[in-house]
Design a binder for this molecule. Structure first.
Ligand SMILES: [Fe+2]
Ligand SMILES: [Fe+2]
Length: 186
C-alpha cells in the first residue's frame, strides 16, 4: 500500500483553467518527495487534492489506501496536513485589504436599508459595524508590523469569522425580521 496514490487525476477550475490533466504518482511510506514546477503548473492544486480541499473530478486520490471523498475528509485531514508557502503568504495583505473593503461596502448597504426602513435600532447597529471596522483595521496593522505572521493571521481569521457569525445570526437576523414585518420587503 502506498502512503499517497494519485491515479489519472484531472482538475479544471470553474473559470475553465485546466490545472491538472491525467496526473499519476505514488509515494511510499517514509519517503520525502519534492515536486518542482513553475508558478501555475498545478502544484498547489495537486496538494489541495491530497487532503480534500479539492476533490478530483476524474481519477482517484488515495491516502493509505483510502480514497479521498466528501465523506471521509475528517479522517483524511488527520493524516494529510497542508502548509502554504510564502508566495501565498504574500497575498495575505491583499486578501485582508479586499475583506476590509468588502465588509465596509456590505455595512454601508445594510445601513442604507436600515435608513429606508426607519429601523429603530439603526444607531446601535451602526455602532457595531463601526467598531468592527476599527478592530479589523487594528488587526490588519498588527499583521503588517508583527514579525510572527501566522499566529496573527490565525487570530484575525478566528475573530472575523466569530464576529460575523454572531452578528449575522443575531443582529442582522433581527433586522431582517423587522424589515419583513414592516412590509418593506414588498
Ligand atoms: Fe449588520
Ligand atoms: Fe450584515
Amino acid at each position: 500500500m502506498f502512503a499517497v496514490e494519485v491515479r489519472d487525476v484531472s482538475y479544471r477550475y470553474s473559470d475553465g483553467t485546466e490545472a491538472l490533466r491525467n496526473v499519476s504518482l505514488a509515494i511510499e511510506k517514509n519517503r520525502r518527495l519534492a515536486i518542482l514546477g513553475a508558478n501555475g503548473s498545478g502544484k498547489t492544486t495537486l496538494l489541495m487534492l491530497l487532503n480534500g480541499l479539492l476533490l478530483a473530478q476524474s481519477g482517484s486520490v488515495r491516502i493509505f489506501g483510502e480514497t479521498v471523498t466528501k465523506k471521509n475528509l475528517r479522517t483524511i485531514r488527520r493524516q494529510v496536513g497542508v502548509l502554504f508557502d510564502n508566495a501565498n503568504a504574500d497575498r495575505v495583505p491583499q486578501t485582508l485589504e479586499f475583506l476590509g473593503k468588502y465588509v465596509e461596502k456590505h455595512f454601508n448597504d445594510e445601513q442604507q436599508l436600515h435608513l429606508k426602513a426607519q429601523y429603530p435600532k439603526m444607531e446601535s447597529h451602526k455602532k457595531m459595524h463601526t467598531d468592527f471596522v476599527t478592530a479589523f483595521k487594528k488587526m490588519k496593522q498588527d499583521y503588517d508590523t508583527d514579525g510572527n505572521k501566522l499566529p496573527v493571521l490565525l487570530k484575525i481569521n478566528k475573530t472575523v469569522v466569530d464576529w460575523l457569525k454572531s452578528h449575522i445570526m443575531v443582529h442582522d437576523k433581527e433586522f431582517a425580521k423587522y424589515y419583513k414585518s414592516s412590509g418593506n420587503d414588498r
